[in-house]
Design a protein around this ligand. Sequence first.
Ligand code: TXA
Ligand code: MG
Length: 345
Amino acid sequence: MQTQHIKIESLHRQESDLLCAASIIQSGGLVVFPTETVYGLGGDGTNQEAAKKIYAAKGRPSDNPLIIHVAKPEDAEHYAVTNPTYYRLAKAFMPGPLTVILPKKESIPLSTTGGLDTVAVRCPAHPVARRLIELAGVPVAAPSANLSGKPSPTCAAHVAQDMDGRVDMILDGGDCEIGLESTIVKIDGDSLTLLRPGGITYDALCMVCKDVSVASAVTQQLADGERVLSPGMKYRHYAPTAPLILLTGEEHRVLSFLQAEQKEKNCAILCYNEEIPLLDPKNLLPVGDRSNLEAQAKRLFHALRDADGTDATVIYAHLPPMEGLGLALYNRMIRAAAHTIQEII
Ligand code: TXA
Ligand code: MG
């Protein structure tokens, strides 16, 4: 398949490009588009064939459901059974990096939801995503636009690495603002369960709902045979070729450990900016200042892809704190590391 690559510099002047993308979606084709979290691989969420094409393009198991993207929070009415908690969340966080799981309506086929009777709904904030969904006039089913098992793409170059020749069109909207996938919550009456942490933090959710629990799979390894609330939790994700080891311990001890390892091994290091002058520059991948979780979130998937491109035999990174946006970083990193954490004492 020939993939059309289009750079969107001005929404206003490039309405015809967006119309072309929307008509591809309407006719059952696939368009990769930017969102504020990561790039999405979009198709018509009401079309069974489009869902099949999405799974094939990603190489993704078809029991792992897709998120449907809507232009306005109230559009969810056509596809899902909403409730007052949904609208409270929508008022606080939509458009934005939040996905809500609701009972699905008939309009969404089971092939989109991986056979589940619930559907994940998200209203993205990125202007290109919003205009595309609006023009398409259908809910846009979109997983992250990576090949299954690779880090989610946060820039068009990463999308092209994975999706060139597999989709009809790629809309290049530059770098994604947040860099980690959306926060996913499931609603039960007035209570929420956090299934995947993201740009909307646990604390932010607590401001809107009194009862918020965190699914154990967010921070822990699943026990054999444990039932998951979200099918995506059971798949290994973002696995670099070389093993990734997460380091914890006192700052100066971790630094000395890294300096010693660099002398002995060919390692790649996802380091803090403050460590750049203290480490050998070979295969050093800075992710941001130690205290700047936003910068680290934006950089993480980029750095993991870069680490994969080096000849390193081991990759080291710092174990992030579990607070604020740190919980989302923690969740992605422990999975990329297959839960390998080393405490330096
Ligand atoms: O930021 C994002 O959410 C990006 C952009 C493109 O919007 N999308 C994204 O989609 O990350 P994906 O497919 O890579 O991850 C969606 C996750 C999967 O782990 C899936 O299992 C879960 O959401 N999910 C989808 N529908 C679900 C449902 N009905 N019940 C439970 N989990 C669901
Ligand atoms: Mg994904």
